[in-house]
Design a protein around this ligand. Structure first.
Ligand code: HEM
Length: 194
């Protein structure tokens, strides 16, 4: 694992336990058609994507920066995008790629998903980086819709690094399922009736 970005909390003792049970996680896995084959291809996708993390983040940050409804969540007190805030989150966003692909989806992973979820909501947004932002919560509807760009944009990175016997569509399917499942977990603190 690479160096720890500031504010990165995977495995930290002070993390609140996820309210999502292992059983509930399993039911979500079933619902996204998760399989052992996907686990294998997601790990392989991690091998290919992690070394390209900075270039992938450039694409994602370019996308977020190009849409007012997304970049406004990174506004500072003056309403303009806060470069320090964007930069601080970027390091942790990069580690999320590695954590998603490589980690076992155990209790520590579930607790980390809960922490990331809280950091998108009014319960914890802005607090990790001490930001004074007019945006107090990332709207859940954008969390869900960002699944599409976060999914489709990795394909060129997989293709660029794939070996002859790699199955890029299988890696894409595994990545898409994994991103969808994590965003489903992240809706928990937003949603009554989760
Ligand atoms: C598939 C969807 C998304 C993924 C995978 C994702 C991923 C992440 C990750 C990994 C972090 C860092 C969490 C940490 O502190 O460890 C983060 C933070 C953040 N994300 Fe997202 N995100 C998604 C959707 C969105 C959307 C749609 C927006 C904006 C409209 C957004 C805005 C933010 C902001 C503002 C933070 C910083 C929160 C804070 O103050 O701590 N995210 N995101």
């Amino acid at each position: 694992m690479s160096d720890q970005p500031r504010g990165y909390s995977y495995g930290a003792r002070e993390l609140a336990p996820s309210p999502v049970s292992r059983k509930a996680l399993h039911l979500l896995e079933e619902t996204v058609l998760w399989s052992e084959e996907d686990r294998r291809w997601l790990r392989r996708a991690g091998d290919l994507l992690v070394p390209q993390t900075e270039a992938i983040l450039d694409v994602w940050y370019g996308f977020v920066g190009s849409l007012g409804q997304l970049v406004e969540t990174f506004a500072g007190a003056d309403g303009a995008p806060d470069a320090a805030y964007l930069g601080a989150v970027r390091g942790r966003f990069g580690r999320w790629i590695e954590d998603l692909c490589v980690r076992d989806w155990d209790q520590a992973w579930l607790d980390q998903q809960h922490e990331i979820a809280l950091r998108h909501t009014r319960l914890k947004k802005n607090s990790t980086d001490g930001v004074h932002s007019a945006s107090v919560e990332v709207p859940m509807r954008y969390l869900i819709t960002l699944i599409v760009p976060i999914s489709v944009t990795v394909e060129p990175f997989l293709r660029a690094a794939a070996a002859a016997d790699d199955d890029v569509p299988a890696m894409m399917a595994a990545w898409f399922k994994a991103v969808t499942l994590t965003v489903a977990l992240w809706t928990e603190p937003y949603a009554a009736g989760w």
